[in-house]
Design a protein around this ligand. Structure first.
Ligand code: ADP
Ligand code: MG
Length: 235
């Protein structure tokens, strides 16, 4: 599904910063993988490249068999829309739109009537226990509810992959566990899941842990999320 070969990325600021140093990575369809690393290790940069939100300098990135390199803005957007759902630490919900409108928004870019978009958005809100909150604005929702709206928004276009950047970073440990349980269920439904985190308790709830250190993959290990005590603190 995802295949990276020797990916390098440098930010050219006043001081060039070589952030990703020869990343090789393979993620198969249906996997649930976490990318763990300290702050500044390059996790978000890597995820943004995977999500075709940012470019890379050298190497190859194949997504679903297609080489992702120098795609036109339109082609990249279309590919992103069709393949990938995003979840962010800070939710990135639009404050002046209701929960339902936020979830329906990605469908706007597909030719679909408003009626159909809203119906689908309601279905996804209902799936995550948010039916009663459909008409509420983000500032009327708790952190956990906001992240569930984000999950619904990420899924409404039926992507193949979910990319989540510190999805529990703004949540308390109980809510984090709930969100991780939801992501687990989403993965069980067959969607490939990549979760970036600096929290061990989050990584332990995924099935493969990749450790990133100063832009280099240090280790890749299989993990059994059922082996941990679910009552144990997540953070
Ligand atoms: P992480 O998500 O693991 O905390 P990032 O990928 O966000 O790490 O950042 C890796 C390094 O690259 C950091 O030192 C950060 O300051 C730097 N960086 C991130 N984005 C940019 C950018 N757009 N321009 C310049 N430097 C950046
Ligand atoms: Mg980051």
């Amino acid at each position: 599904m995802i295949r990276l070969k020797n990916i390098n990325k440098t930010y050219f600021g006043a001081q060039p910063l070589h952030v990703l140093k020869g990343i090789d990575l393979e993620v198969n369809e249906g996997e649930m993988v976490s990318i763990m690393g300290a702050s500044g290790s390059g996790k978000s940069t890597l995820l943004n490249i995977l999500g075709i939100l940012d470019s890379y300098d050298t190497g190859d990135y194949h997504l679903a068999g297609q080489l992702v390199k120098d795609l036109s803005e339109n082609k990249a957007a279309e590919f992103r829309n069709r393949m990938i759902g995003f979840i962010f630490q800070s939710f990135n919900l639009i404050p002046f739109k209701t929960a339902m409108e936020n979830v329906a928004l990605p469908l706007y870019y597909q030719s679909m009537t408003r009626r159909k978009r809203n119906m689908l958005a309601m279905e996804y809100l209902e799936r995550f226990g948010l039916k009663e909150w459909a008409d509420h604005y983000p500032n009327e929702l708790s952190g956990g509810q906001k992240q569930r709206v984000s999950v619904a928004r990420a899924l409404v276009t039926q992507p193949k992959i979910i990319l989540a950047d510190e999805p529990t970073g703004a949540l308390d440990s109980k809510t984090s566990a709930e969100v991780m349980q939801i992501l687990r269920e989403v993965n069980d439904s067959g969607i490939t899941m990549l979760i970036v985190t600096h929290e061990k308790g989050i990584a332990q709830r995924t099935k493969k842990i990749i450790r990133l250190c100063d832009g280099i993959i240090k280790s890749v290990e299989a993990n059994d999320p059922n082996a941990i005590d679910l009552q144990s603190d997540i953070k």
